[in-house]
Design a protein around this ligand. Structure first.
Ligand SMILES: NC(=O)c1ccc[n+]([C@@H]2O[C@H](COP(=O)([O-])OP(=O)(O)OC[C@H]3O[C@@H](n4cnc5c(N)ncnc54)[C@H](OP(=O)(O)O)[C@@H]3O)[C@@H](O)[C@H]2O)c1
Length: 327
């Protein structure tokens, strides 16, 4: 049986770490659909899993990678046939089931989505979980009344995957986007994606008042911690925050005042959404939310570079999205 490369996370003496290895189909998890991988992106969660910096894997050993895009190589499910262009985001992939940092992936057919018309494997591979999460967050904010006329929308962790793609999608929809970043050198990148303003974290006074200056109609939060706490205090009346990240911390220190005096809404965003919602959001990603700058956001790496790239991701020093190219 032919061998192929994969990044498998093992645990030794309580410490998890990714190892580049050779494996076979016999050694990876079961499922109805075998996919020959073409692209898989590095998400923050992958970086935590591969570096052992976060408790992500629910079992060891397990191949990392929470998303993958590729071509069906074999299927015992009638919904998919050999040669179909498909992708998988989340479910147990790269957490409890062998994941996308692998030249071949085998998954339950219920996890598989066909690449939408008008999109390529590279598009969905670059978007991955981060792109879906940004889109889901925007979808939920709009469901809660946000429109481009409501006011400014802040996107933090702006140079990251969710942040970059969120900016691109919001700008396409006509929103006035304020990008908040720690990277002064990324100003022009963020403007090219469509940010109307770029704010530097080092120049921002977060304040301590229960209610700060009323500034934003909407926000996409990748960071959590003190930035999310500040956001709750800085929203306009009826402002809506989509909270999905904890890159800067898991705490939330605020009071009830933003909620009871300004009607601020804090909306949780979980990318492991039911399939019907995924399909609905992917239909939007292929149309009115379709990013215009994925070529500027994604950059290719080889599977041999995944481990070192994950180290850069947990250090917060990456601009855009590293995409493993298996071709
Ligand atoms: N809820 C869900 O289902 C879901 C789905 C996807 C992602 N997430 C979460 O969303 C967050 C972003 O994911 P991602 O894949 O887009 O990550 P990413 O590409 O690694 O980007 C994270 C960005 O956050 C900022 N950052 C990193 N460390 C920081 C720190 N210590 N303090 C403040 N800012 C920091 C940096 O942006 P700047 O330098 O520009 O500030 C960095 O580029 C992660 O926490 C991830 O786990 C959750």
């Amino acid at each position: 049986m032919s061998t192929f490369k994969a990044v498998r996370v093992t645990q030794d003496g309580g410490k998890a770490a990714g190892v580049l290895t050779e494996t076979t189909l016999d050694e990876i998890d079961a499922g109805e659909v075998v996919i020959a991988s073409r692209f898989a992106s590095i998400n923050y969660k992958d970086a935590l899993a591969v570096t052992g910096r976060g408790r992500i894997m629910t079992r060891f050993p397990c191949i990392a990678g929470i998303d993958v895009a590729g071509v069906v190589e074999g299927s015992s499910d009638e919904r998919f046939k050999v040669g179909d262009a498909v992708f998988v985001n989340g479910f147990g992939l790269g957490v409890s089931h062998d994941g996308g940092f692998s030249e071949r992936v085998r998954v339950p057919a219920d996890w598989v989505i066909a690449v939408p018309a008008g999109m390529t494997l590279l598009d969905v591979g670059t978007l991955g979980v981060a792109g879906f999460t940004a889109a889901l967050a925007i979808h939920l904010l709009e469901h809660n009344g946000l429109t481009p006329d409501s006011g400014d929308v802040l996107v933090n962790g702006a140079t990251g995957g969710c942040g970059s793609i969120g900016i691109d999608m919001l700008a396409r929809r006509g929103y006035h986007v304020v990008a908040l970043t720690s990277k002064a050198e990324s100003r022009s990148y963020l403007k090219e994606l469509g940010a109307a303003e770029v704010w530097l974290r080092s120049e921002l006074e977060l304040g301590k008042k229960p209610l700060e200056k009323s500034q934003f109609a909407g926000a996409l939060d990748s960071v959590g911690g003190e930035q999310l706490s500040w956001l709750t205090r800085s929203m306009q009346e009826n402002g809506v925050i989509g909270a999905f990240g904890n890159a800067g911390g898991a705490e939330l220190a605020t009071s009830v005042f933003p909620f009871i005096l300004r009607g601020v809404r804090l909306i949780g965003v979980n990318s492991n959404a039911p399939m019907a919602l995924r399909q609905q959001v992917w239909a939007r990603i292929a149309t009115d939310l379709k990013p215009r700058n994925l070529d500027k956001i994604g950059f290719p790496i080889a599977i041999d570079q995944v481990i070192e790239q994950c180290e850069r991701s947990v250090a917060g020093s990456v601009q855009g999205r590293a995409v493993v190219n298996y071709a």
